[in-house]
Design a protein around this ligand. Structure first.
Ligand code: PEP
Length: 255
């Protein structure tokens, strides 16, 4: 597997943090720090921050993402936001299937698949999250779990659309806990996901697919994780809310 075929993507997931003014201030602080990045840089922000984030990032190398989207184009889905709405405001990326959506808001592999297909149909780039629970790792079924999640999420996604999918391997036990997967654990699961993509779409497609690691990645551990042959970037929660720390991670991905 040739890592050089893939451009790393470092994406921040701001979760439910930052008002529009705070979002603007954080992006202004980040811009000079990541301006020379040799990787793609994305900040996924709360819906209400999207206009401020788009304005603040205009003309810079930082792209904006949303944190979810609905599968329907429009309709009676109170409080939801559709993929065409995101496209219309100029958002290029969207996270789908984050474990917090699965844990707290009833997302299933089937709804993750529906949201993924809707986002791709609207021309969005999807950051698709998969990952095992702690008890699943302890039962030794991590690989089965991520293969299952990946296969269902990508059901009916064409090889052409796969080019707009980034997969984020995020062990649930490592998200927001300060407990990071070891570099070897991250690489092992990322390689298993890549093998699954190869089974579904062929080796060339698998070689071209960006597979990130996410879960307490920070300024201190990023370099080791990002140096792994199957780790093509990161999805960063807590550390993406600190411009300096985020920029260290971006630099680690740029070597
Ligand atoms: C995330 O929210 O996707 C994440 C990885 O969070 P954290 O970096 O805080 O663990």
């Amino acid at each position: 597997m040739n890592k050089a075929l893939r451009r790393p993507v470092i994406a921040g997931n701001w979760k439910m943090n930052k008002t529009p003014d705070e979002a603007k201030a954080l992006i202004e602080e980040m811009k000079p720090l990541v301006a020379d990045a040799d990787c793609d840089v994305v900040v996924c922000v709360p819906y209400v921050d999207i206009p401020a984030a788009l304005e603040a990032t205009a003309g810079s190398n930082i792209k904006v993402g949303a944190e979810n989207c609905h599968w329907a184009e429009s309709g009676a889905f109170t409080a939801e936001i559709s993929a065409p709405m995101l496209k219309a405001v100029g958002v290029p990326y969207v996270i789908i299937g984050h474990s917090e959506r699965r844990q707290y808001f009833g997302e299933t592999d089937v709804t993750v698949n529906k949201r993924t297909k809707a986002a791709l149909a609207s021309g969005l780039k999807v950051i698709l999250c998969v990952g095992e629970l702690l008890e699943q790792r302890e039962q030794g079924i991590t690989e089965e779990v991520v293969r299952y999640q990946t296969k269902i999420a990508l059901g009916d996604v064409s090889a052409e659309d796969l080019k707009n999918v980034i997969i984020a391997y995020e062990p649930v036990w490592a998200i927001g806990t300060g407990r990071t997967a070891t570099a070897e654990q991250a690489n092992e699961v990322n390689a298993a996901i890549r093998a699954c993509i190869a089974e579904l779409y062929g080796k060339d497609a698998a070689d071209a697919t960006v597979i990130q690691y996410g879960g307490s990645m920070n300024a201190k551990n990023a370099a080791e994780l990002l140096a792994q042959p199957d780790v093509d970037g990161g999805l960063i929660g807590g550390a993406s809310l600190k411009a300096q720390d985020f920029s260290v991670i971006v630099k680690a991905a740029s070597v």
